[in-house]
Design a protein around this ligand. Structure first.
Ligand code: MG
Length: 379
């Protein structure tokens, strides 16, 4: 199996390159440099203070968006290495995959999107990520942004969706109608494997779900649990849970490796150009692993994401975002200088959206208290 898809590896020497020419580095190739640029970006460091699913406060052990990103990167690199794909491109894309996420996890994204729709626009964290790496990061004397290679920017644009021809004039350069290379296709699925299993873990450690409940909804989990119980009958429940979870991650990652290899074989693709022109994405989970993935997702929605404790957090976050958004739309001069200054060049709602989307949870909370007072009730 090792290296089975090395013919489909994206060759770094064939990169379409950077927007601004830069001299080559003596020992890091372009994708390695992109990885390093993302790790050194301010937006990357802010991931540490952005909620993944569970807000900190209840425990220091929950994932935040940074530790989630590291887990996605680890899974994606393993898959890329086994299949013979480019590990550096995969790593750069995985490290950047959530860089455009607003504060307060999914609630933040949904609320910003709702507010932008009033203006006939939308908020999309992938497009926001592109704007971060193209212009908001300011660390080079010769250009704005990180000047990443085309393939990393394309991977950001096509992270979780296809780009259709004519869909978005500003994105015409990113090969609409064509699939991204396999390295980019892997990220969305590695993301899902990472968060499905991590959310089970965090929800179990928060006391929201039990092994019985997961077993009743996810047959593969029940089968792995029987194996673990037979092998470690004396282990305490939490250790049994973690042993099952290890096997579950392994099952899903193996499913991703095999599903992708099988899909590529069946499609008869011979090189990266064939992958690009193929009608559908070829990165996928095997049928069996995909069924387990789907069952975990359904279970998490019912037992975790729709639980009252998370739903009330979401309502609180949405209400606060809407209030601060409206406050700044009415008083753009109250934003700090780089944002307040842009109001003459772009619509106010866009600037306000960019400002709020870039905030960490902590910075948002502090700003909200400064604006509305320390005791202001949200909503
Ligand atoms: Mg993610």
């Amino acid at each position: 199996m090792a290296g089975a898809l090395s013919r489909l590896r994206f060759p770094v020497a064939q990169s379409r390159g950077r927007r601004y020419w830069e001299p080559p580095h003596p020992y890091r190739n372009d994708f390695q440099r992109d990885r390093d640029r993302l790790v050194h970006a301010r937006a990357f460091r802010r991931l540490e203070n952005k909620t993944q699913v569970f807000t900190p406060g209840l425990s220091d052990h929950f994932r935040n968006r940074l530790t989630h990103t590291i887990e996605v990167t680890q899974i994606a690199r393993t898959v890329a290495a086994v299949l013979g794909l480019d590990e550096d491109l995969t790593e750069a894309l995985a490290l950047g995959h959530d860089i455009g996420h607003p504060p307060f996890a999914h609630a933040g994204e949904a609320e910003l999107n709702r507010l932008m729709r009033r203006y006939g626009e939308r908020f999309d964290h992938n497009l926001h990520a592109l704007r971060i790496v193209e212009s908001f990061e300011q660390r080079y004397a010769r250009f704005a942004g990180l000047n990443l290679t085309f393939e990393v920017r394309e991977g950001i644009v096509k992270h979780s969706r296809e780009l259709e021809p004519g869909e978005e004039p500003a994105l015409e350069e990113y090969l609409p109608g064509l699939r991204p290379p396999l390295e980019a296709q892997l990220i969305d699925l590695a993301d899902e494997v990472a968060y499905n299993t991590a959310d089970l873990d965090d929800a179990h450690s928060a006391g929201l779900i039990s092994l019985e409940e997961i077993s009743a909804s996810v047959p593969a989990f029940a089968a792995l649990r029987a194996r673990v119980e037979a092998q470690f009958p004396m282990a305490v429940e939490r250790i049994q849970f973690l042993e099952v979870l290890r096997l579950l991650i392994d099952l899903l990652v193996t499913g991703l490796i095999e599903g992708t290899r099988e899909a590529a074989e069946a499609a008869g693709v011979r090189d990266v150009e064939d992958v690009r022109r193929h009608a559908a994405r070829l990165a996928r989970l095997s049928e069996e692993a995909d069924e387990t993935r789907r069952q975990i997702k359904v279970f998490l929605h019912r037992a975790v994401y729709n639980s009252e404790v998370l739903a009330s957090e979401r309502r609180r976050a949405s209400a606060m975002i809407a209030e601060l958004f409206e406050y700044y739309c009415a008083r753009p001069e109250a934003m700090p200088p780089p944002y307040a200054d842009q109001v003459r060049r772009a619509p106010v709602h866009q600037i306000v959206c960019d400002y709020i989307a870039g905030m960490t949870d902590g910075f948002f909370e502090r700003t909200y208290r400064q604006v509305f007072g320390p005791a202001a009730p949200p909503g």
